[in-house]
Design a protein around this ligand. Structure first.
Ligand code: DGL
Length: 276
């Protein structure tokens, strides 16, 4: 009898943001087995140095690999910008022949040309993502005619991680960064939410941007890219279990994670505490 595949797809983020990616991935690819790992205890990553983001992300990737993840998605732009390449080049070969890690920046920059007519695109991201200039460099490769204007929003992730995304106080900081972006370039017709936490503020962001501006959340984009990757990498696809399960791990308090994640995913979540 064939051995049923037992591998998992790992989804890693500094905290709750990766849930926006997980949600879209599971909607498109419900049959696979997933493990979500949120490093809530050390979130936010967005203002941390290159070395620290790399160390924390590598710890997360190693932990997910040790739990059976054949493929891990860094569902975090900051980690994708600051750690992905080093992990792919220096660390994966020491972990095992099947260890694979993908990020969220490449899938977004590959398709951004479809979302803009004016060719003026805006971006909201963490300080780390904006300073890394990863989006500028990647977009220039695929769509050299696009002009990108970026605004770092250091207060958005702390608002979300502390359960304040829906509060009236959050409006002040959402409007502040929206105004900043519009003052940089009034010609933009598309804005990338280049932090996986930001879809949790999307209703408020919508309020403070002109209606004609499209808001691009990465969930569906990353889900489609993963589907495509699995079609092209049969061996990995075959190694992943297909029981439709999802386990959740957090480095912070479990009850708080369960409450926030259950509200967002609209299903009961029972996470397990983990140390990295
Ligand atoms: N959600 C992450 C991102 O996409 C990280 C945010 C943070 O921890 O600052 O950048």
């Amino acid at each position: 009898m064939d051995n049923p595949a037992s591998g998992k797809i790992g989804i890693f983020d500094s905290g709750y943001g990766g849930l926006t990616i997980l949600d879209s991935i599971r909607a498109l690819l419900p049959k696979y087995d997933y493990i979500y790992l949120g490093d809530n205890a050390r979130s936010p990553y967005g203002t941390r140095s290159f070395e620290v983001v790399y160390d924390f992300t590598l710890q997360g990737v190693k932990k997910l690999y040790s739990m059976g993840c054949k493929l891990t998605i860094l569902a975090c732009n900051t980690a994708s910008a600051k750690a992905l390449r080093s992990i792919q080049q220096n660390d994966l070969q020491n972990m095992g022949p099947q260890a694979k890690v993908l990020g969220v920046i490449r899938p977004t920059t590959e398709i951004i040309g479809r979302y803009t007519v004016s060719r003026h695109v805006g971006l909201f991201g963490t300080v780390g993502t904006v300073q890394s200039r990863s989006y500028d460099l990647e977009i220039a490769k695929f769509f050299p005619d696009i002009q990108l204007s970026s605004v770092a929003c250091p207060l958005w992730v702390p608002l979300i991680e502390n359960g304040e995304a829906g509060s009236p106080g959050a409006d002040y900081f959402v409007k502040k960064y929206c105004d900043e972006l519009l003052s940089k370039d009034s010609g933009i017709d598309c804005v990338i939410l280049a932090c996986t936490h930001y879809p949790l503020l999307e209703n408020k962001i919508r309020k403070y941007l002109p209606e004609h501006i499209r808001i691009l959340s990465q969930g569906p984009v990353v889900a489609a890219a993963l589907q495509n990757y699995l079609v092209r990498h049969k061996q990995i696809e075959e190694s992943i279990g297909k029981n439709g399960t999802c386990r959740f791990y957090t480095t912070e308090q479990v009850p708080k994670f369960n409450d926030s994640a259950s509200i967002f995913l609209k299903e009961p979540v029972e996470a397990i505490h983990i140390r990295l």
